[in-house]
Ligand binder design. Sequence first.
Ligand code: KIV
Ligand code: ZN
Length: 516
Amino acid sequence: MARRIIIFDTTLRDGEQCPGASLTPQEKLEIARQLARLGVDIIEGGFPIASPGDAQAVKRIAQEVKGPVIAALARSLPADIDAAAAALSPAKRRRIHVFLATSPIHRKYKLRKAREEILRQAVWAVKYAKRYARDVEFSPEDASRTEPEFLHKVLEAVIAAGATTVNIPDTVGFAIPDEFGRLIQGISERVRNIDRAVISVHCHNDLGLSVPNSLAAIRNGAGQVECTVNGIGERAGNASLEEIVMSLKIRRDFYRAETGIDTAQITKASRLVSNLTGIVVQPNKAIVGANAFRHESGIHQDGVLKHRATYEIMRPQDVGLGESLLVLGKLSGRHAFAKRLATLGFRLPKDELDRAFARFKDLADKKKQVFDSDLVAIVEDELPAAEETYKLVYVHTTSGSNTVPTATIRLSKQGKETQDAACGDGPVDACYKTIDRMTGISPELLDYSLHSVSKGKDALGEVVVRLRRQGVEVSGRGASTDVIEASAKAYLNAVNKLVSSPARRAYLSRRRTLHP
Ligand code: KIV
Ligand code: ZN
């Protein structure tokens, strides 16, 4: 019989620690809803002591997202645990996740505490968290570099104090699969009360081994894995949810383990996380990369046409890629449009649906075939921004080998329209210079990426940009059949986030300093 592995998703906490990936509470809520549809068992919504915005995000998720357990992170300190408990209070099922570093290097240089002190503080933190929640997880940070005997002692003590899950983080991505598997096996064999807690693992990807380490841990007794959508996270990221889940599914014969994930929701979760964080998925990324199901070589194409299994170990549909499906055309009505969106997981309020439908009609006029991915891009483009201070009314550019690239842009701000023009190194640069002049801010452009959302020369182009101003990094995205318009929209989307409110700016910069 297959063992059921608990999927603990930390996209909204550790994933959000990815440079440039800050999310607003509204964006976190949107992702949390998709994580619930995906079927994760636990959503770690954030680190409430880090900022009022993070506390608010956890609270809204706790109030509105039904199904998964909602977790919040806390250091082993009273104020942290109080903040996590307060944010989680509306949740029907809640978990407080406390952590304290145990490795010699962290004890000596970061905490300046002896083993006995660490042991006492860990036990105290679990007991304190138990006053608020029955479900308490304890993480000995940097566990993979902790002396095994001391690690066992800490685990035994926190379980005796009431920890229901003990999580073994490979905080710096130092472990290798055989060794990490043995560490988990040692815990199963030597921690005397381990039968009273679930063993979890939390692996970072510094050596590209986060997924192999997580899988080795599962083979050796771990019952929970902590992971993120698209593998985003601190530095090189965390173990990727989709890679772990699909490995267990496709190699069930080997692992004899299963998860509660609805794998058909994976692509949608991946796209949403990528769009809202601005972290683009590399094309060759396993499971969710643009090339993951593309066969380029003639020999492979011929094989797949003869029998799919010659070169495909899973079907695109298994991960929710229904790309070959032509869904709607220019004669499709509003009802069919709304129904298709509902199938894709979007239920929009009337005004957003009206706007999205108008965009769809416009696109269907320009493009013969409208795919699911086009619809998703339209809807995500229509989702309300943090605060839409500036709206793009019109963009016109001239460029060519013998002309100076120039952009003319019309923006509306609180109903008042203004227009300006500027030259640049290319049409996109000219647009950005014009917008900078009009908004009076000149953020640094950290990243610009353009990709086509579906197939064909007439496909929608989607642009994602990352901007930085006064220490605050934001992402912005925009989609259009015209890549210059998509570029202007993406830039403006990010600028709107930068200028939205001083409180939001303070929230974003404060988050950077408190995260573990
Ligand atoms: O990587 C890590 O050690 C963490 C802990 C807070 C669980 O993220
Ligand atoms: Zn981590």
